[in-house]
Ligand binder design. Sequence first.
Ligand code: ADP
Ligand code: MG
Length: 567
Amino acid sequence: MGRVRVLSESVARKIAAGEVIDRPLAVVRELLDNAIDAGATRIEVRWEAGGTKLIEVVDDGQGMSREDLELCWLPHSTSKIETEHDLETLQSLGFRGEALASIAACSRLTIDTCDRDDGPAHRLTIEGGRNPEVRPVSGVRGTRVRVEDLFADLPARRRFLKTPGAEGNLCRRVLEEKALGSPQVALTLVVDGVRRLHLPSQTEAERVVAVQGAPWKAESLVSWAAEAEGFRLRGYALKPPLSRSDRKGIRVYANRRPLQEYGLVQALCYAFEGYLPGGVYPQAVLFLDVDPALVDFNIHPAKREARFRNLGTIHQTVVESLRSALTAQNLRFSSPEAVPFQEPLAFDAAPQGRSGPALRGRAQLPSVSAWDVADLTSASEVREAPGDDFRYLGQVLGVFLVAEVGDTLYLVDQHAAHERILYDAFRDHGGKVQELLFPRRFAPEEDVQPLLEAQWQAYEALGVRVRPLGGGEFELLALPQTVAGMEKTVIEFLRTNTKPVADLEKDLYASLSCRAAVMDGDPLDPAAARDLLRRTFALPHARCPHGRPIWTVLTREELFSKVGRLV
Ligand code: ADP
Ligand code: MG
């Protein structure tokens, strides 16, 4: 073992650096934090080869003087706190004074900066934590940080990296997380020389919609706010029935930092109880501003966790304020008494329909395990299909196609009907597969990767040919002929599916048909509507792939008795 010795400063620093900077995304996170702390209004981010070759962050913030530049990369050097008491009033994202030191230790670091509009600018260069040099440069405002050849002389750390594509995806996720926390800052992202994202300075609601992407849009938002002793909160949620089959649409921030705080995620889910069917989760973003004296962020090197002194009160306030915001929306689910004649129409027997008709949004893909449950018959559904002999009357409530057959009105859920037709068609591929001209590479989400690594062969039986490429990446080689052209949706499924292999076929085709089917609110021209009805009435199973009935009926008798007429 040799004698005990004190490690040289440079070795010690490299080891310590691994705690903060473990992969490119950590560099992106720390540099963005620094730019935001410097009061930037505009930030440009650039990376190449997933951040392993280059990560550059340019900001228009306050910059640094020559003296600050000389110090900023040394361990435990920070301008943000002086004593531990400053943590009680901390407003900045950084405070540990470790990020630049850690980055400097494991890359080639260049910082150009200038702290005054017309003052002198300087450049600091350091290689692998050695030979710092500072010299004057010109044409700089704010700060430009370049991190090149990350981990070049740390083969052990390099070996743990995924492919550039996968590392790039992780960096992108961090950038989006930070973008949500600071909506007033305009952000541009350039990846391998191509501009991938531009977000102007925005309101919080606009930023949430822009970053979360479809199905988020302004019209579908419920926003709410509340405050109590020591904290304020604002939140944005998608109106039910929009939801997801996992918790990934839920984000929680405290003092602009994304947090993994299960208690608060749970609070958001809890508030939605009764508004969403079982087994699905809401989509919501919660921003907390907490008195720094009541929260400790110094328990996790990447500040992903925090300890709140008043978590109980926060939890309760989140649930209560969100519930009253949902109640104020007057959603049908919450007020059945406002719709007195709903009973005959309600899809009572629907497996997930805990609280009335379950309308779906684009992103909601409930489990299809209820698919062949036998005892789900509802009175209206078992009625015979009318065949070709119907009169199409129109589309109502954005969801239903209405057809008259004899003295009965058929109300057909257009999305569910289309979904079922596509589902049957997709599944019926008879083993015919279509090879892709160019195999498509993809990286599954982090928590899906081990699952896909274990299960990829199971897809082969379904006509979906996938191969692992190593380093967390896969490629898609072939698709069932019936879904040729839907490779994007298939890849999305492969990237995110966490359901067990037993239901794989149903889940896959249910998800594909749900994406491809007409949506609630999509207008249909009469010819298309008639065609859809004809095929719907020819279906052997009048249930959507998730197990809900496709249509319901209203008879002349029911209508007459509702208005008190004699039949
Ligand atoms: P921390 O952010 O925890 O203070 P860092 O190592 O990230 O530690 O940065 C050290 C110091 O360098 C910061 O406290 C700040 O004064 C300065 N600094 C870093 N990045 C910037 C920037 N983009 N603009 C202005 N100053 C910066
Ligand atoms: Mg910092």
